[in-house]
Structures are given as structure tokens and as C-alpha cells.
Write a protein that binds this ligand. Structure first.
Ligand code: 5AD
Ligand code: SF4
Length: 447
């Protein structure tokens, strides 16, 4: 499972055609309807927006109630302890509606979809489609859009929440990682002009936005008219009260940027830097363009710049040709880098990528074992690191107001997710003492 729910996964964005081209909202093709239910954080809201565009492109009209929907999409969150129970409650209700001939298909997406439990949920509740956070775009095929190549575009509009905004600074990707479909479907990198980004953020902040996330497949590769990503980040950190960015590529990550994270008060001290493997041999097969040692060096710069900061990564297990020795090197890197969280992916062949045709396919049982070993390594480290926070007083940015259990979800300046008992509104700050910690989340009490 993903050991964090707060990432923005790299996923292509569907082409939102004009209403006239897709039949218009009043005349959905075949009169199909869909209901999207979103749980959890702003990232999930953003993912739901993307899925909303897919279902609209496919000619579905969006409805608000399960009983009016042909297709129900549960975009789930794993942060809360009772998350799975809540989802089960919804799945039970959906099965009842299905028996009554109303809801026809159910898709489970988001962090519960990425969790191990999703398999048993799928069997118990006859779920038609289960997607994790990294492959949300597969919904496009499920809802009948022709092919990814035809339905995806580099157009990547930001979304606005009440207090948080995602701002796209670049689209596409100039890398050709062996396993990755993104360059095929999204094309080469296009960077947005600096003035346009800063202006958008100024407007957002004037309108009440408190938290800006800079988005792109390789944001640290951004460059425009002689300016580099660090210039942009610094400019944004001057105008936004709180900034984070994702996702980055180790080959582009400059020490200057890592140091800016530590130095600038408005930048959240949280780095997501996908490594994919700890083996130089595999990094070469994957065409990642760096060696494990270089990655380790970047991490030590980050740890030095922001000792309290959080570090997350992406790791692929079972890429074709991955040997036991390669896997052991990944485990060693996990141990050395002490990630605070990681997205761990089992290799999945994507048609049209180099890796899909490579020999040396790793048997499922081995992939599963390696997955669990990497997961265990990440979680042990994360748990240990989170334990160090217990007893600290932290300033917490409230991302989601309290639900029935009285707990709000917030984020520390070091990028930790915190559950805290407060009725403070999203977008505000509260001070809290960290009372306990799990591998994924801290638990705080308002001071
Ligand atoms: N199989 C498994 N994981 C993949 N990723 C991208 N493509 C694949 C694939 N074919 C993962 C990478 C990337 C993240 C967004 O998704 O780890 O960093
Ligand atoms: Fe895919 Fe590699 Fe580009 Fe990331 S850097 S989007 S993994 S091709």
C-alpha cells in the first residue's frame, strides 16, 4: 500500500472536449450517469476533478446521489483509522442498490484502492474496477474513452480549493523511463512562463488561497528564459504564504533548491524525490540517468538543509530483469535514506513502453514478496522517525476541518500529516502537542 495519502501522483490528464463535442451535459451519450464520492485530502479532491473530466468526456452526466447513478466512483482516503470501515459501509449500500437494479458499476479509487485490502474488498463487494492513486487515468479506458493517446492532452488546468490550490508549472516529460507511459501520452516538456505562474498565484492568494502546490511531472526540470526551477520557487515563496511542489527528478534536483527548502520559511520542508530502485544496474535499465550514490548525496544535502523535514519517494519492484541482488540494493537504499513515506509500485507493463517488451519478467509471487519487504523497510523507518516527533509542539496548517470524530487533518511545516482535535477551519493554523505517532500519521492535541 502507499505509505502516505498526501502525494499527488503523476498521472495524465484527459482532454476535456467542448460540450458540443461530447453531447453536452443535458444529452449525455446513452443517458449514462455517474456519481463521484470523494473522501480525504485536497489531493483526492484534485484527483476527483481529473476523474470528473474523464467521465464527462465519456459522455456521463454527473449526479449527486448513488441511486441516480449508473456508475459510482468512490475516491477514498486511508488516513483515518476507520477509513476502510467507512468505505465498507458505502460499498454495502452500493451492493444493495445494485440488487435493486439501480447502480450498475462501482469503481474504488484513491488510497484504499492502492492498499492491500483492496483485493479482498473487490472480491467481497464485487467491485468492477479498483485503481490506486498512480493509475487513476485508467478510469478513462473503463468509461469507454477510445485510447489514452487520443484522450489525453498536455493541458493541465490547476484546481482551486477553498484554501489550497494546485498550480501547474510544466507539462509533459523529456525523460524516457523504460516503464513509463507519460512521455508517450503527455509529450515533451512545456514550461509555463514565470510571470504567468507568479501572477496566477498572486491572484489566488488575493482570493484567499493559503497553500499553493506547484505541479508537474518533473517540476525541478522547469526552465524558462534563463530562469531555473529554484528561481521560480523562490519567487513563489515570496508571494504565497505556504508552498510545496511535486514531483521531482533526481537528475534535475539542484542543491540550491534543497537548501532553499530549508531556508525559506514559506516552503514546506517536504521533498518527494522518486528513486525507483537502489540498484545502479536497474537504474540504467530504467534510463533514469543517475546512480544510487548520486541520489544518496542529494538526500544528505536535503537532510542537512532541513533536518526535521520529510522525505518521500517512489519505488518500483519487479521491473523486468530485477534480480534478488538488485532488490537487496533497493532495501539497503531504503534503510540508508530513512524515507518518511514511499509509494511502492509493483511493475505493471504499459503497452507502448520499452519495459513492456523486455525479457526477465519477474514472477508475481516474487514481486509480491519484494513489495512487502520494501514496504516493511519503509514503514519501520517511517515509524521510527515519526516517534521522534512525540512530545514536540508544532504549528499545524489545517487542511480538512473536523469530521464526526472531532479530528481535523493538518500538516506540520516539516510536512507530516497530523490528526488533531480541533474545530479550526481549513486554511488556518493551530498549535498542537504531538501525543503519539504511527507510521503514516501523527496524533496531536491542541494547545
Ligand atoms: N509500473 C509500475 N509503476 C510505475 N510508475 C510509473 N509507471 C509505472 C509502471 N509501468 C510509478 C513510478 C512513478 C510513479 C508516478 O508511478 O514509480 O514515479
Ligand atoms: Fe515517467 Fe520518468 Fe518522466 Fe517521471 S521522469 S514522468 S517516470 S518518464
Amino acid at each position: 500500500m502507499n505509505s502516505t495519502t498526501n502525494e499527488v501522483p503523476a498521472a495524465p490528464i484527459p482532454l476535456s472536449r467542448k460540450p458540443s463535442e461530447r453531447g453536452g451535459p443535458d444529452t449525455p451519450a446513452g443517458g449514462r450517469t455517474a456519481c463521484i464520492r470523494t473522501f480525504g485530502c485536497q489531493m483526492n479532491v484534485h484527483d476527483s476533478d481529473r476523474m470528473r473530466r474523464m467521465i464527462q468526456d465519456a459522455g456521463y452526466a454527473e449526479v449527486q446521489r448513488y441511486e441516480d447513478a449508473d456508475l459510482v466512483i468512490l475516491n477514498t482516503c486511508y488516513v483515518r483509522e476507520n477509513a476502510v470501515d467507512r468505505v465498507k459501509g458505502h460499498l454495502g449500500e452500493l451492493n444493495r442498490l445494485r440488487r435493486e437494479g439501480r447502480v450498475k458499476r462501482v469503481a474504488l479509487t484513491g488510497c484504499v484502492g492502492a492498499a492491500e485490502e483492496s483485493q479482498s474488498l473487490q472480491e467481497t463487494y464485487n467491485i468492477d474496477l479498483v485503481l490506486g492513486t498512480h493509475n487513476t487515468y485508467e478510469l478513462a479506458e473503463f468509461v469507454g474513452l477510445p485510447t489514452m493517446r487520443e484522450t489525453y492532452t498536455p493541458e493541465l488546468p490547476g484546481t482551486e480549493g477553498e484554501h489550497s490550490a494546485f498550480v501547474t508549472i510544466m507539462t509533459g516529460c523529456n525523460y524516457q523511463c523504460s516503464y513509463c507511459i507519460v512521455p508517450t501520452v503527455r509529450g515533451r516538456m512545456i514550461c509555463r512562463p514565470m510571470e504567468s505562474v507568479v501572477e496566477e498565484i498572486e491572484n489566488l492568494v488575493a482570493g484567499g488561497t493559503r497553500y499553493v502546490t506547484l505541479l508537474g511531472q518533473t517540476v525541478d526540470a522547469w526552465r524558462y528564459e534563463g530562469k531555473r526551477f529554484c528561481d521560480l520557487l523562490e519567487a513563489v515563496s515570496e508571494v504565497a504564504p505556504r508552498v510545496w511542489f511535486t514531483t521531482s527528478h533526481p537528475s534535475n534536483m539542484e542543491d540550491r533548491t534543497l537548501r532553499a527548502i530549508g531556508e525559506r520559511d514559506t516552503i514546506v520542508k517536504r521533498l518527494h524525490l522518486p528513486v525507483q530502485s537502489g540498484s545502479d544496474r536497474m537504474l540504467k535499465v530504467m534510463h533514469r540517468g543517475y546512480k544510487a550514490e548520486r541520489y544518496r548525496r542529494k538526500i544528505s544535502v536535503f537532510r542537512e538543509a532541513a533536518p526535521e523535514g520529510t522525505l518521500s519517494t517512489d519505488i518500483i519492484v519487479g521491473h523486468p530483469g530485477e534480480t534478488e541482488e538488485d532488490h537487496q540494493l533497493t532495501l539497503q537504499l531504503v534503510e540508508d535514506c530513512e524515507f518518511d513515506s514511499a509509494y511502492i509500485f509493483k511493475f505493471s507493463p504499459r503497452r507502448g513502453t520499452e519495459a513492456a517488451d523486455l525479457p526477465g519478467v519477474v514472477p508475481d509471487a516474487i514481486v509480491q514478496r519484494r513489495f512487502l519487504e520494501v514496504l516493511r523497510g519503509v514503514e519501520q523507518n517511517a515509524f521510527r522517525r515519526n516517534q521522534r516527533k512525540v512530545g514536540n509542539s508544532e504549528e499545524i496548517f489545517i487542511r480538512h476541518g473536523a469530521t464526526e470524530d472531532g479530528k481535523a487533518i493538518g500538516e506540520t511545516w516539516s510536512g507530516h500529516a497530523v490528526h488533531v482535535d480541533t474545530d479550526a477551519a481549513p486554511g488556518t493554523y493551530v498549535a498542537a502537542t504531538i501525543e503519539s505517532a504511527g507510521p503514516h500519521v501523527l496524533y496531536g492535541r491542541k494547545i
